[in-house]
Design a protein around this ligand. Structure first.
Ligand code: HEC
Length: 161
């Protein structure tokens, strides 16, 4: 994700330029890039919180025929899963992320065809896939559903004409 990598670059810059001062205990010269990643990368639960938001926004974009926004949300969702695969290397669960690809592909196709029926069935598959991974990894108590209310009140999901 771009804001994340920007933050990370700035962070590295600051930490390198200050590493010799004793005050800066959070990070030391001896830390390898992997150690720094482990210390400061967002946790899997945090990344999942972002994924949950994109999942909900995707639904409201799709059911409002707002295909540009839907495309944006599915791309963001996919990006978060890729981020999880890259940074959460110590979590075996992330190996199962490719199980999401059929649902993501199906939603991408529905968006390309601006087809609401196809979108809804793709979204059902997406949601079922979230729950399959949670069940397979003893997080079955984290149940994802199709949202019944928009996740935020400060965003308009309808298309402006
Ligand atoms: C590859 C496996 C996997 C997939 C796929 C997956 N999750 Fe998760 N999810 C997890 C794991 C593991 C946790 C527990 C993470 C932790 O707290 O360390 C989790 C936790 C969560 C949480 C709890 C976070 C919180 O703070 O409340 C939410 C919400 C969530 N997932 C949403 C989703 C949604 C929505 C999808 C589908 C779009 C999804 N997940 C797909 C593995 C997965």
């Amino acid at each position: 994700m771009k804001p994340y990598s920007l933050f990370f670059t700035v962070f590295l810059f600051i930490s390198c330029s200050h590493a010799s001062t004793k005050k800066d205990e959070a990070i030391s010269n001896n830390d390898s890039l992997n150690t720094i990643m482990e210390k400061y990368a967002p946790g899997l639960g945090e990344i999942m919180g972002g994924i949950q938001m994109h999942h909900a926004k995707l639904w409201y974009a799709g059911i409002n025929d707002n295909w540009k926004l839907a495309q944006y949300e599915i791309d963001e969702l996919k990006e978060r899963f890729e981020q999880a695969r890259m940074v959460e290397t110590s979590r075996p669960e992330v190996k199962m992320i490719p199980m999401m690809y059929p649902a993501i592909d199906s939603i991408n196709a529905a968006i390309g065809h601006k087809n609401l029926i196809q979108f809804k069935s793709g979204f059902q598959l997406l949601t079922a896939s979230c729950n399959s991974c949670h069940s397979a990894n003893n997080f079955e108590f984290n149940i994802i559903t199709i949202p019944t209310a928009p996740p935020v009140s400060n965003q308009d999901f309808k298309v402006r004409r």
